[in-house]
Design a protein around this ligand. Structure first.
Ligand SMILES: Nc1ncnc2c1ncn2[C@@H]1O[C@H](COP(=O)(O)OP(=O)(O)OP(=O)(O)O)[C@@H](O)[C@H]1O
Ligand SMILES: [Mg+2]
Length: 484
């Protein structure tokens, strides 16, 4: 059989695996094979607690199918022409995998039923072309995050809640091979001397891996899936992340070029909020975005995107967010958006906000608006800037106008728990006022949080500015929630 995907044009027999490596399937040799083909049932995903014996059997089947897959995968790698494979269509490659697989099974005297066969082909396709066991998780739209703790434990986040998936890798070697496949595709390396790496998957998802010996119990991988359809302001209002009134206030704030910081814990929805807020920027403005991993998807036409770069294997070629930011200032931006401020770029960010690039936005990792300010102070101190604390604070207070706090609550819901205005300095302290907050009132029996958004009743420090810019917000927006 001729195939452009094989290394040779002659029918390439898969290398027979050594006898002790062969998956011990419930069939003898071809010569002794029973008249009725022995088939393997598809391993059931759900484990039945009530029938431990049956589930043991299923587990064994699953392991056998797993062993077979690894062997077959090795045979495929020996036989497939990897260069031609790059351009192979999914159906061509699957049919090729099917053919090689069939030869392999014939040689071993094994028969699989149709369902097992197509599962095996799909899994092998995922191994050859995709990211192996991670592939179905990457394709599952309901999953936001994938967190791998060694080969046998993969957690996923659905609807704000972490759950253990039943997907596993065969062993650490298998996991390492997939990690290596991801990082080598972006020209990086991860090994004992270089044990952690950040990368972006082909589909835009954010990827981080840390391998042994630093990762003690096996490689750790975190993937934040890239959503093609970013949540818009309306979606967030519909999900209950904030109210229409808060959206109207935020629209005025962004349109009037207030400098906004979105603060929040890990995975609290900072980037999503920043992206949604950016939709309030006028389409005529020139926006430059700077990120470590390009996640933002701005709707405007005039957008320049920058992504920082870590050093290469020789430790050269790094381009930091600070480098990008400094350069961005020479590129005539109307607004600068920094995906997350986490280091020395804070100085340039504050300076930009203070010097004519108002309307700039960023996110920081902090648990409250007050915390966010302390975090900015710490970042400045750690960047080695020797400035009296009062001067640092005055710099922050004149740069930052608004801090929006995002939070993932214990029931998995993500909400904008507070919108706080920075109003100036009182002595040595930065003064702030909360304008909106999420008020928790209790828990339902199934642990869902009961609460509501409310204005705090204070008059916005920026109300004059809103008016001057044509955003005359109705006073009712700022009235506290009245329980009926
Ligand atoms: N209000 C929301 N409702 C439902 N899902 C949301 C909401 N906000 C964010 N998400 C989802 O939660 C996940 C995490 O969001 P996002 O990336 O914005 O968080 P983050 O705070 O920037 O995280 P990190 O700290 O890792 O950068 C994303 O998959 C996003 O689609
Ligand atoms: Mg983020």
């Amino acid at each position: 059989m001729f195939s452009k995907y094989r290394k040779t044009d002659t029918p390439a027999k898969p290398k027979a695996a050594k006898a002790d490596n062969v998956a011990k399937l419930p069939v003898k040799s071809e010569a002794e094979a029973p008249a009725k083909p022995v088939t393997m049932r598809r391993p059931s995903i759900k484990k039945s607690a009530a029938r431990p014996q049956a589930s043991d059997k299923e587990q064994k089947r699953k392991e056998r199918l797993g062993d077979l897959k690894i062997e077959l995968h090795r045979a495929l790698l020996d036989n497939l022409n990897l260069a031609a494979l790059e351009h192979a269509s999914e159906s061509d490659l699957k049919s090729e995998i099917g053919d090689i697989g069939q030869e392999f099974l014939n040689e071993k005297g094994l028969v699989l039923n149709r369902e097992d066969r197509s599962t095996l082909i799909q899994e092998l396709y995922n191994e050859v072309k995709g990211l192996g066991p991670l592939e179905p998780l990457l394709q599952d739209e309901s999953i936001n995050d994938i967190l791998v703790n060694g080969p046998q434990q993969i957690f996923v986040e659905r609807a704000g809640k972490l759950e253990l998936s039943d997907v596993t890798f065969k062993d650490e070697k298998h996991l390492l091979r997939i990690i290596d496949k991801i990082v080598s595709a972006v020209g990086r390396r991860v090994d004992e001397s270089n044990p952690y790496v950040d990368a972006r998957l082909a589909d835009g998802s954010r990827f981080n891996a840390m391998v042994p010996p630093i990762a003690v119990d096996g490689s750790l991988v975190s993937i934040r899936k890239f959503k093609k359809e970013k949540l818009a302001v309306d979606d967030l209002v519909n999900f209950g992340a904030f109210t229409e009134e808060m959206a109207a206030y935020l629209q005025a704030a962004v349109a009037c070029r207030l400098n906004v910081i979105v603060s929040g814990g890990t995975g609290s929805g900072k980037t999503t909020t920043l992206n949604a807020l950016s939709s309030f920027i006028d389409d005529s403005e020139r926006i430059l975005t700077i990120e470590d991993t390009a996640e933002l998807q701005l709707q405007q036409t005039h957008v320049g995107r920058m992504e920082s770069r870590p050093p290469n294997v020789e430790g050269k070629g790094a381009v930091s967010q600070r480098d990008c930011l400094r350069n961005a200032l020479r590129m005539r931006p109307d607004r600068i958006i920094v995906g997350e401020t986490r280091g020395e770029e804070v100085i340039d960010m504050l300076q930009a906000m203070n010097t004519g690039h108002d309307g700039s936005m960023t996110t920081i990792h902090a648990n409250s608006a007050r915390d966010g300010v302390s975090r900015l102070e710490n970042m400045i101190a750690m960047a080695g800037i020797e400035m009296p604390l009062k001067a640092v604070r005055s710099q922050i207070s004149s740069a930052v106008n608004l801090i929006v706090q995002a939070s993932r609550l214990q029931d998995g819901s993500r909400r904008m728990v507070s919108i706080t205005e920075v109003t100036g300095m009182e002595g040595e302290v930065i003064s702030m006022q909360e304008v909106f907050r999420y008020q928790r009132v209790g828990l339902t029996p199934d642990n869902k949080i009961i609460g509501h958004f409310t204005a705090t009743g204070v008059r916005s420090h920026y109300s004059e500015r809103f008016k001057l810019w044509g955003y005359d917000l109705p006073a009712a927006i700022f009235e506290p929630f009245a329980a009926e």
